[in-house]
Design a protein around this ligand. Sequence first.
Ligand code: NAD
Length: 480
Amino acid sequence: MHLFSVVLAVFFAVQPAQAAQAQSQTIENVDVRGNKIPTATIKNQLRTKRGDTFDQQTIERDVKALYAFQGGLFDDIAVLECLDTGQAHRFMAKAAIRAAENFRFFADKCAEARDGLNAPSEEHWNISTRVPIGPVGVITPWNTPFMLSTWKIAPALAAGCTVVHKPAEWSPVTADLLAKLAKQAGLPDGVLNTVHGMGEEAGKALTEHPAIKAIGFVGESSTGSAIMAQGAPTLKRVHFELGGKNPVIVFDDADLDRALDAVVFMIYSLNGERCTSSSRLLVQESIAGKFIERLTARVKALKVGHPLDPATEIGPLIHERHLAKVCSYFDVARKDGAIIAVGGKPHNGPGGGHYVQPTLVTSAHSKMRVAQEEVFGPFLTVIPFSDEMDAIEIANGVQYGLTGYVWTGDMGRALRVADALEAGMIWLNSENVRHLPTPFGGMKSSGIGRDGGDYSFDFYMETKHVSLARGTHKIQKLGI
Ligand code: NAD
């Protein structure tokens, strides 16, 4: 009942007044072991019109009412996500709620999707409007799979596009659930399609497919480069949300208690497997000793355990290959001359999962690999700085530019530093708190384009200009 409601929300948001002729496209597919499976048939229902005959107000009212009834649903999804990814339940429970909020938000917003500009001139009415770009591919990673996929799929559907979703091969479960719910809820066949398979095969086929007009991708920066090359022959529009090595800068005049809470939360929540994690702590030298001492105590006290144990703060990593990657950075840190102040080993947790000790690396400097590369685990590198200029230089001295976090009591400095940081999203005296209308995305190797609010519609839609002559303006006569 509750699961049904979520998809119903999607359905109401996007139900087309008329679906244009369905056309079948095929994409070669492989299963998670790399074996060929029967070719998936994807019906791309290219809509020419949307929203003509349904009552927007009724839809919004129904969607909101359904959302209010979804208490039981969140836990079903959260538990599946925990089992599939190893993430702790306390975070997956919130992620499941956010997934529903994605649908609710874009359900409310779909009435604005076609909005444009009215720019009258002397001789013409000039109107711009937006139309769905067509079938889009959505390729997602494994760290918070359900929430991230809804973050892409909800606006694409609300824009009037059909979607082919390729979830990560390590986390297929909730993508399947979403597809089943869509079917149950009565989404027309071909509106939301799910294709499982390895990235290099199923994902590649999707990015190369001529019927797919745009790719919304979340994943590693190197995969983004590959997708750009794969999509070049068919001139794909791309939107990339990629990796990060985000700084949290703590000045000596900050509220240090709150800063400490945020520093711990932003790297050790979600197993440190979050693109926006503040994986580099830049702390002012004048307070570094005391702050690191308090931080060390907090990291030592983190609770590693079974993902479904409510007390667990850090669960097992998703895969043995990812565990090996995270653990490889212990040696990297030591070889570079940094100190592993806490952790630095795999952890023997319940059920034999891929547990790792939450790790704190100190005495690092900006050029070290542990200060430059995305570890994507519960692994924090601490780098001291002297003053504002030094902090900015260190913060910007990486290839990434997704987020930045600044803690200071000086609001002038907060805004100066925000201006100088090369990152798409900055939080001042705050951890990452997402507000759906605001732009989400990164600079440099962290991404191309922005999601959120109207930014999403700009990506999933084409802007069309229409000009109507007001009267009988003079037209040049040639060939007379
Ligand atoms: P990944 O790039 O390995 O895989 C992501 C998806 O791309 C998967 O579905 C995979 O199958 C697919 N893929 C792989 N190769 C492909 C190819 N050649 N063509 C098409 N598709 C292909 O990333 P991951 O390891 O699953 O996820 C972790 C990464 O995601 C981290 O770098 C993290 O920072 C990033 N991430 C970014 C954001 C953001 O919003 N910026 C959010 C979450 C995760």
